[in-house]
Design a protein around this ligand. Structure first.
Ligand SMILES: [Zn+2]
Length: 167
């Protein structure tokens, strides 16, 4: 999944308002950031595990623990951990991933069917932004920006799915 991860983080904000938006976004893409770290520092040998069941559970526990230490609330810690787990759950829809290192590869691989993936991610963006916009603590100007965020996210997703040449 691509922009859908960010949409999930935005939607989660409705329940996790006490966490900074940057932390929610971080948690929602932590496995991909871990991938980048694994690529930059191959000696860490973490690349193959970031999207496995064991890898994502470990990452979720670490993120939840850090969240609980900083923010001192178990509900926020659980929410941040769930965001990490949501990443790989969503990726099983759009990709094919190993369940464990050298294990069976599973997933629907909707990336292969551009329109289906776009519709899935657009739906996720719509739901996530609707939840975000309904956050009771948001002021009117913040709510007004939701349409702009939606357009930007859908445009990025369209480029991801169809490329700049429309193919
Ligand atoms: Zn991923």
């Amino acid at each position: 999944m691509y922009m859908g991860h960010y949409a999930i983080a935005l939607g989660a904000r409705r329940r996790l308002q006490a966490l900074p938006m940057a932390w929610l976004l971080f948690a929602s893409i932590e496995p991909d950031l871990h991938d980048v770290l694994g690529s930059l520092v191959p000696a860490l040998s973490i690349g193959p595990d970031t999207h496995t069941l064991l890898g994502v559970c470990a990452a979720a526990i670490v993120v939840a623990t850090i969240t609980s230490l900083i923010f001192r609330r178990i509900d926020l810690a659980l929410g941040a951990g769930m965001l990490v787990l949501s990443h790989v759950a969503a990726d099983y829809l759009t990709s094919r991933l190993p369940l464990w290192r050298h294990g069976p590869v599973v997933g629907l691989h909707l990336y292969a069917t551009h329109w289906v993936d776009f519709l899935l991610e657009a739906g996720t963006i719509a739901i996530g932004l609707a939840l975000y916009a309904s956050s009771p603590d948001l002021r009117r100007p913040a709510r007004g920006g939701v349409a702009v965020i939606a357009i930007v996210m859908l445009a990025c997703q369209a480029v991801w799915n169809f490329g700049l040449d429309g193919g």
